[in-house]
Every structure is written in structure tokens, then in C-alpha cells.
Ligand binder design. Sequence first.
Ligand code: SF4
Length: 454
Amino acid sequence: MTNSSLQPAKISRVIPDSIGFEVGFDVGDAIVSINGICPRDLIDYQFLCADDVLEIEVQDTTGKTHHLEIEKDYDEDLGLEFETALFDGLMQCNNRCPFCFIDQQPEGKRDSLYLKDDDYRLSFLYGSYLTLTNLTEKEWQRIEQMRLSPLYVSVHATEPELRIRLLKNPRAGKILEQLKWFQERRLQIHAQVVVCPHINDGIHLEKTLLDLASFHQKYNPTVISAAVVPVGLTRFRPPDDELTPVTQAQAQAVIKQVQTLQKQFQKKLKTNFAWLADEWFLIARENLPSESDYEDYPQIGNGVGSIRQFIKSFLLTGKKLLPTTITTPKTLTWVVGNAVELAFEPLVNQLNQVNGLTVNLAALKSDYWGQEITVTGLLTGRDLISQLGGKNLGDGILLPTVMLKHDEQRFLDDVTVAEVSQALGIEIFCVTGVEELMQTCLQPISPASPPSPN
Ligand code: SF4
């Protein structure tokens, strides 16, 4: 990443009635500088906007430059959104992890699908994981000065040689020094460990979690939490990658090992500290932990407790939202990964108690990725088309948005929701969260006819 790639910050949305709206910003305008400084990213932009007087240089859609002066309360937002959070480009990773999901995709897709994000700014803004192996001295200084905390760090192993082997990067062995760096500055991180059988499991996993827990001081812990996640493999990975998929017995062993450590951590640190991703329980075919085990769900974004939280919210909301009957009968197909089929059965039963409503669960696996057991978030458009084609899907499909790319109507295989809808000849309702799911089930069917299949 160099300054030469710095672009003006292009506006994608102006919030109605905001300061930016009143001043006359338009979609497509681009902010060049604020008080003489060119923002590199959303973090700079937010920092520069925290002032009473802003002198802004803007380029309109014709390329003409304007200078504006805005007076406001220092904490008032301008109400502008941007096409990207990074105005100087994405910091890509310099590792070659054999389990990298980006490398486990088929060839020949759009270039952007092969971008490997290892950017501390996205970690701070959106909670994506980074490895700390590509930071220059300047960026370390910026993290310290702007107090960019917490960050989300892929640790995988604390033993230097092992981490170097996992990330295939000689710069990866400094993780313990880096954790000390965060500790000395009272900055925090959430950690994750992707477990690869026979490489960083067993005694290595124990050492990693104990090392990380030693940075969980009572006040202002450096490592707030650690997620333990099973390696995910697809059929597109190279044959000589040394990786093997997690078996049921291995998943059971990891659950036992981490739960034993959780007991120790509870005694000493008063928190479970290390968290098992839901997938472990699905692979092991064991019950998910109870709700209270997840404390305040510190690693929910990493698939730790999301199923339990969804079920809880469903059962609580259902009592309030679900009527005994709906006037116009309807039938919907709720598509999920087959990994959650058993866990979601009671939810479907509850929906089907509403007179006039029929919800059928379509629990699919991903032939696209070559997985027998699949979590919902990994199902692709092609999986839906191949496994639901020719079936009676009722009046529409309930599609959890977790299957789609962030802010896009596209599956991981780049197929769009509209293409799937077209191919199956049925309306698709994208739903996020329990309330939207229930409201979609209850609302009357729109008179619009479904798209034609060709
Ligand atoms: S750090 Fe992440 S993006 Fe980079 S190679 Fe490893 S898994 Fe892939």
C-alpha cells in the first residue's frame, strides 16, 4: 500500500436531513481533503471530522473542485457514507496459509474474489481477523497513537516455529512479542485459533490457549477472548497441502480438551475465555452448550454461539410475534445448511403451529465446495439451483442473508440471488435475524408472479 494509490473518498450515500445533505453533497462527490489533510480511510475521516470547523475540498462528479466550510458540534456526524472504507487500497496479506479459504476457491472468478485482506483498519472497523505479519513501523505507530483497539488477531499457534509453518511466513514467529507490545500499551485484541488436525491441535492447542490466557489480566485484559475454530476445507484445495478435515472423533476430543481448559480459566480468570465455534458441536454431533455458557457472546461474529443465540431469540420472539392463524395460507421453504438441521427442527415445528402457514426446512450440503456437512453460511447459489431444482418449493424461499457476501445480493460462488430466483422460478425472501424471518412468514403473499424459469 502506497500513498500513490490514495483516492478521494467517493460518497455512496447522503443521509437525508444530515449536515452533508443540507450542505448539498451528492452521491458520486469525492472528498479530497479535510482541514488540509487527505483521509486515507474511514478512521482518518472520522478522526478529522471530530472538529467544530471543517474546511473540505470536494471534487464533484464532473471533476470540478469546490471548497466548503462547515461549522458544527465537534461530535456531529456529516451523514455521509462511502463506496469503500479504505481510500488508499486494501492491505493484502503476505502469508501462504495452506487452509486459506481464498486459495480454496476455483480459478477463473473475478479478481476481487482473490484479494486476501490482512488489513488492520478493517479489523478495527468491522472485526475481520488479521495476522500482524505485514505491518510496517508506521502502522504500528498509528495503531498506538489512534488507539485502534480491539483488533482481531489470527494467532493459530504461539510457538514461533509452528506459527511460521502454519502461515508459511518467517515474520509470523513474533506473536508473543507482539502480544506484549499490545499489553504495554493497554491495547486489546480478540484472538482466533484455526485448528488443523495433527498440526496445531493436542499439546500445541493447549499451549496456545494457556499462553493467550496469560494475557488476560484482571483489569483491561490484553487478550479479551480466544475463539477455537475447526479448519474448513474445500474440494478445490491443492492435493499436497498436508491438511485433513476434522473428523467426528477429533471434534469430540477438541471439545473435551477446551471444556477442561474452560473450567481452569473460570476458576482463575472468572471467564471461559476460550470459545468453541458452533461447528465443533455439529461435526461431533453433540449438543450445543447452554445459553449461559456463552457469557456475553464475545466471539459471536466468529460463529461462536450464533446458533444458540438464534434459537433463543426465536423461541422468545416467537411467543410474542406468532399468531394462532394467518388468513391467507402460504407455504415457504427455509434453506439452511444440513449441519443445523436437527437444531432447527423445533423452530420449524413452532412456525408450523400457525394455522395456514407451512414451512419446510430444506437442509442442504454444499456440493460446490465438496462438503458432506455444511454450515448455512457456506451454501452457494449453485447448491441451491442443483438441489432445489424441480422441487415443490411452495410460495417462496426464505434465504438467510448469512449465505450472501457482505452488503451484496451475491453468494460465495458469485451467483446472484436474482439468478437463483430465475433458475428456480420462485420468489426469494432474504431474511436477516429472527424478526425478519417471522415477519416474512406472516406477511401476505404479494400478487407479483414469480420470475419465469428461463
Ligand atoms: S492470513 Fe488469511 S488471507 Fe492470508 S493466507 Fe492466511 S488465511 Fe489466507
